[in-house]
Design a protein around this ligand. Structure first.
Ligand code: C5P
Length: 240
């Protein structure tokens, strides 16, 4: 069973999103954050551009890796992709809960018996999906109820890690208990621009509500001084 690691420092809980189109720009930022940030998130844009080489380079530099591919396909295909991702040495990996119970169980089972498997996280409802967007694909429940339904599905399939907005994190924490691993994007330090994020929280606020890890992109990647911005966020997290 995956468990939340207690007594982690702020540095162990901050994940910087490498939302860049190529390896050179991603690694320039990684270099600027060397010694300040431990975790990096590689998403679809960067992974499609670079393939596994970006993961190898992050590992060579001693970083922990969140590979955020939100896998969603037939169970056999997702299980194979999960096993391949595990062989690349990533630490956190996302699948999409909309894939259903058979797919979630197959993803979970694909990691059985591996020496140090990544921890699986299920994405429930994308933060871009509001009630009209959900209704358009035939999901009648309000977003919060849909999130809860999919989280229960994840738990029943043996996955107790979830990506969730700051608005949902307290409810999911109540559902998972202390063993749940909750990863929260949409983090904005006090006084910074929200950008396109709607459901935001401060670093301390998200931790207080039960987040295990915080994902931060633009407040660090677009800052004039990314290392100073990351340090300020780490300080805010310590206060939480
Ligand atoms: O720049 P910003 O801090 O908004 O970046 C947040 C990161 O978290 C991005 O990589 C975004 O794709 C990701 N994310 C999110 N909401 C989700 C899942 C992932 O913002 N529900």
């Amino acid at each position: 069973m995956q468990t939340q690691k207690n007594n982690l420092s702020a540095r162990d809980r901050l994940i910087v999103a490498l939302d860049f189109p190529d390896a050179a720009s991603a690694l320039q930022l990684v270099g600027q954050l060397d010694g300040t940030v431990r975790w990096f998130k590689v998403g679809l844009e960067l992974f499609i551009a670079t393939g596994p080489s970006i993961l190898e380079e992050l590992r060579r530099r001693g970083h922990s890796i969140f590979l955020d591919l939100k896998l969603h396909d037939i169970p056999n295909t997702v299980a194979a992709a999960v096993r391949t991702a595990a062989s690349l040495g990533v630490d956190l990996l996302t699948v999409h809960a909309f894939g259903g119970p058979a797919m979630l169980t197959a993803a979970r089972d694909a990691l059985a018996g591996l020496d140090s498997p990544p921890q699986l996280l299920a994405v429930t409802v994308l933060t871009s999906m509001d009630q009209p967007q959900l209704a358009a694909i035939g999901a009648a429940s309000p977003p919060a109820a849909q999130v809860e339904l999919l989280a229960r599905l994840g738990l029943a399939s043996g996955i107790n890690g979830f990506v969730c907005s700051a608005e949902e994190v307290a409810n999911l924490r109540a559902l998972t208990g202390p063993a749940g691993l909750l990863v929260t994007p949409g983090i904005r330090p006090a006084g910074s621009a929200a950008g396109d994020q709607k459901r935001i929280a401060t670093p301390a606020g998200a931790l207080r509500n039960g987040a295990s890890y915080l994902v931060v992109g633009r407040p660090i990647t677009q800052a004039a001084n990314p290392a100073a911005a990351a340090t300020a966020i780490l300080n805010e997290m310590e206060q939480g």
